[in-house]
Design a protein around this ligand. Structure first.
Ligand SMILES: CC(C)(COP(=O)(O)OP(=O)(O)OC[C@H]1O[C@@H](n2cnc3c(N)ncnc32)[C@H](O)[C@@H]1OP(=O)(O)O)[C@@H](O)C(=O)NCCC(=O)NCCS
Length: 172
């Protein structure tokens, strides 16, 4: 069989139902083995229409489609545009907030393509992202793409957030 044709495009509010469906497929599969309650909290707090609407207004969202079906998404923007608090950070950052590939479509190069697209679109010299402690597949993926661990934010109740950063090697 021929390789599937993967198309990347910018997302809009019309993609919110597809984001939710993707979250239901990938979030419990990814975070459930680390902490099932945390996985549920992520879905309830971050993968809901109102949050996507707010995020689409300030961040850039991309989707990957196969035969017209959304199989992956990513989003990125400035830390200063987030409504979350980051007491440990001074200054601003360009952050990839999400990179999620449907479990049935992982390992096909789609995450690599989305990440490369995000890297080409950010303006600064560095791209930052957070990985949940214990998400070893994501750590391996990002290390392979040139990201290094910079900071760890500890929370007594939930798994740590580990901040990774990649220098995009731009000459100013
Ligand atoms: C981590 C993730 C984004 C990677 O995207 P992907 O499309 O599966 O990865 P790719 O196919 O582009 O693979 C890139 C590399 O990772 C390896 N890899 C990643 N996931 C793999 C998998 N499930 N099976 C086999 N190899 C995998 C590949 O060997 C490949 O290495 P190479 O470039 O040296 O050949 C994706 O697996 C995912 O969505 N995981 C669950 C959600 C998640 O953890 N997101 C990150 C949150 S911070």
């Amino acid at each position: 069989m021929a390789d599937p044709v993967i198309t990347l495009r910018r997302a809009t509010v019309a993609d919110i139902p597809a984001f939710r469906a993707l979250g239901e497929a990938v979030v419990p599969a990814t975070y459930g083995p680390i902490d099932a309650a945390y996985a549920q909290r992520m879905l309830d707090e971050w993968w809901v229409p109102a949050v996507f609407e707010r995020s689409l207004a300030v961040n850039t969202h991309l989707v990957a489609e196969v035969d017209g079906d959304v199989v992956a998404m990513s989003s990125f923007g400035r830390l200063s545009d987030s409504h979350r608090e980051f007491p440990h950070v001074t200054g601003d950052r360009e952050v990839m907030w999400k990179l999620y590939v449907h479990p049935d479509s992982q390992g096909l190069g789609i995450g690599s393509r989305l990440l490369a697209q995000v890297e080409s679109m950010v303006e600064g010299e560095h791209l930052w992202l957070e990985v949940v402690d214990g998400n070893d597949q994501a750590f391996d993926f990002y290390r392979g793409k040139g990201f290094d661990e910079v900071e760890r934010v500890t929370d007594r109740e939930w798994p740590d957030d580990v901040w990774l950063r990649k220098s995009l090697g731009r000459v100013r």
